[in-house]
Design a protein around this ligand. Structure first.
Ligand SMILES: Cc1cc2nc3c(=O)[nH]c(=O)nc-3n(C[C@H](O)[C@H](O)[C@H](O)COP(=O)(O)OP(=O)(O)OC[C@H]3O[C@@H](n4cnc5c(N)ncnc54)[C@H](O)[C@@H]3O)c2cc1C
Length: 343
């Protein structure tokens, strides 16, 4: 911005201007106001930061992690994007929580204590003050699980408007999972493709099946070229095709998404995205993520029956759960293992 006035006096320096033309005059940075300013001619009172503001994304317009064979998750924006030097997006949470006291952040260690208190006591709304926007490319079957998290704002690629690109998720042969016998939804154990001929053949059959459905892509293209509408042609495509969307969500609900999708009960493919998402957001709000690890994802909920069983264990009893539900008893067994009572 040009600071010379028509009388040749530069307001930044107070010195007389040289006789050069205005465009050649030396440039001086405009003095930046700090603190609260009086109401301007537009009726707006502006406050400027006392310390320099920094970008929590380090100046990057995009921070991306590749996931699966053709997918990715990229953080493309967030709020707050600019924070006072030495702070992180955690400061927006503290600022909101302290609104009742009429002032913003204090010392970073006090902020951390407040964040931990808020998270421990499920005082959730301050965590909604941080917003995160991601660009994600994932298989349609992952998107179907992801979309169930209703508190986000989503805008997805339209296969009515555009041809779906030729991208299919195909795990490696040694990543093919068996149906779990304990968990009806899960598949954790892998086919032993290196030392069992029958299991190798089954895994190969699965790969062949994926190959066959991928073959439908050429027919999809051909049918659209013959005039079949894109919205009809796509309905025969498999759910391992990749789709893309922008997904914007506040930090509170993002952490809720992560708690559910980073868990070992979530399908491995969506878990891979959740782990990448966590890696992207941890530097933005480190105190919050630390508290979430301590009080949420790494914590354990105990039911009334489980507390009674634990009390019985502490008193020298068996610690048996007073329930005839086999699944509940098995879950109690898992908790006892985590607590170190069982190997
Ligand atoms: C391992 C696993 C297995 C699953 N299996 C299945 C399955 O077999 N079938 C199936 O259908 N789903 C399944 N789901 C999806 C699951 O039931 C939830 O829909 C999903 O996890 C989203 O959770 P949420 O509702 O807490 O999240 P969100 O939708 O993000 O909701 C967050 C919070 O906001 C509240 N909220 C959101 N929208 C509203 C609203 N309109 N009114 C009132 N409150 C609202 C919710 O109650 C919740 O407290 C599974 C999820 C997981 C993690």
């Amino acid at each position: 911005m040009q600071h010379s006035t028509t009388n040749g006096i530069n307001p930044a320096s107070g010195a007389s201007a040289s006789p050069t033309r205005e465009s050649e005059a030396p440039q001086f940075p405009e003095p930046k106001p700090t603190g609260a300013q009086p109401v301007g001619s537009d009726g707006i009172a502006r406050t400027f930061p006392e310390v320099p503001m920094i970008d929590v994304m380090g100046g990057a317009s995009r921070a991306q992690i590749n996931v699966l064979d053709h997918g990715f998750i990229a953080l493309v924006d967030c709020m707050p994007r600019l924070v006072p030097q030495g702070q992180t997006a955690d400061s927006a949470i503290v600022q909101a929580a302290r609104v009742s006291y009429g002032h913003g952040t204090k010392k970073v260690n006090e902020d951390r204590g407040l964040i931990r208190y808020l998270l421990r006591h499920r005082h959730t709304t301050p965590f909604e003050m941080v917003e995160l926007k991601f660009h994600v490319c994932m298989p349609i079957f992952v998107a179907r699980q992801w979309i169930r998290h209703r508190t986000a704002n989503v805008n997805e690629y339209s296969a009515r408007y555009s041809i779906l690109p030729d991208r299919f998720y195909t795990p490696n042969l040694d990543q093919v999972r068996k149906q779990s016998s304990a968990n009806r939804q899960g598949g954790e154990e892998l086919f032993r493709v290196h030392d069992d001929a029958q299991e190798l053949k089954t895994a190969q059959d699965f790969m062949k099946y994926l190959d066959d459905v991928e073959g439908f892509y050429q027919r999809y293209l051909s049918l659209t070229e013959q005039g079949v509408s894109r919205e009809m042609a796509r309905i025969g495509l498999p759910v391992n095709m990749y789709t893309e969307w922008y997904w914007k969500c506040d930090l509170h609900n993002t952490l809720r998404f992560l708690s559910l999708r980073i868990d070992s009960h979530a399908q491995a493919e969506i878990r891979a995205y959740a782990e990448a998402m966590l890696k992207l957001i941890e530097p933005l709000a480190p105190a919050t993520v630390e508290a979430w690890r301590d009080y949420d994802v790494g914590s354990m909920h105990l039911s009334r029956l489980e507390i009674d069983a634990l009390k019985s264990l502490a008193a020298g009893g068996s610690g048996t759960l007073a329930s005839d539900n086999a699944r509940e008893r098995s879950e109690w067994g898992t908790k006892l293992e985590r607590l170190g009572f069982r190997a």
